[in-house]
Design a protein around this ligand. Sequence first.
Ligand SMILES: NC(=O)c1ccc[n+]([C@@H]2O[C@H](COP(=O)([O-])OP(=O)(O)OC[C@H]3O[C@@H](n4cnc5c(N)ncnc54)[C@H](OP(=O)(O)O)[C@@H]3O)[C@@H](O)[C@H]2O)c1
Length: 341
Amino acid sequence: MSEPIPPAPPISKWNLLKDGYYSFRANPPKYLPADYPDLTSKTALITGTNTGIGFEVMKLLYSKNCNIIAVVRSAEKGEAAKKEAIEKYPNSKGSISVVGGNDFLDLTTVKPASEEIKLVLGDKPLNIIIHNAGLMAPVNTGTSKQGLEAMFSTNVLGPQLLQHFLDPLFLKKDDDLKRIVWVSSGAHANACFDYGIHWDDPTYEKCTIAERPSPYELYGQSKAANIYQAKAWATKNKEIVDEIGCVSVSCYPGNLKTDLQRGWNPILKRIFNYILWDSIYGAYSELYSALSPDLTVKDQGAYIFPFGEVHAPREDIEAGLKNGTDLRLWDLVEDKIQEFF
Ligand SMILES: NC(=O)c1ccc[n+]([C@@H]2O[C@H](COP(=O)([O-])OP(=O)(O)OC[C@H]3O[C@@H](n4cnc5c(N)ncnc54)[C@H](OP(=O)(O)O)[C@@H]3O)[C@@H](O)[C@H]2O)c1
């Protein structure tokens, strides 16, 4: 039987303030497109490529001749983004295949999308997976088709369910480049102080909407969960992960101008635009996580800070990565998603 998990350690407000400030004034990126390897015959699967950071990541990988599997919910938007990427890099020897209809607010759509992914991939190795798609809702009322809190469904349940279908395609000794990036956020600092997760009911199925916490806390919870997922996935698959040399990390891409703030108050959005970074900086963080040779199997579950450096998450989440809380979260999610396998 596993050891009981101790009470969460206290959290330093000073550290929260310091990290908050530092996230807006992060060090410049050191690992840039000129440093990326040629990715001919490599394949990367990225979710949410039609806009924001995912779009920038797709373009940069494609510019390095990578084959992209672009997983989106709207095929039309995905195809428009593909066209733009191809026009920008006409000499790329890579390819972009759009898989549409994958909506994490309806978990029944993930399996059919994964079947299409399998067909597109064929017998090529799958090298990189970036769980980038995400939702930061300005309200706490969002609910998925299955009646689950929207941000937990989109940011946590969806990616873990997709990963379930990708494991048999990915966990193979077929290439030396193997990475998974679980896109998190510095906003995990807004999660509740019990290891970041509302353990009794993280999907808020058992309470009314009025009883839900603020949207900031809900988003924070989902992004704390992403940090756990990166480590738990590597531990659950340790034997094969070590054998194939795969590294699984979470990544806080930065505070960026993207569509993530859609639905925000327009005045607030305009003010924030003065201090937010261009979306390409988020791609630098995600691609440090996906490609940098600095990261090795010793870094399983590392939390990557903007714009490409290893950093500690909030104290209780950091403790949770060492005491099995990550596995507790993984198993809890697994229980919620198995009916969609
Ligand atoms: N921007 C920031 O400052 C910031 C900071 C920290 C972390 N992040 C994280 O970075 C990631 C990318 O965000 P972004 O800033 O690029 O935001 P974005 O511009 O809003 O892009 C989000 C992407 O996720 C997709 N998506 C949203 N809901 C989905 C669902 N239910 N099912 C499938 N796909 C869905 C969107 O597709 P549609 O266009 O169809 O909605 C879009 O492609 C997210 O995980 C976010 O939490 C961003």
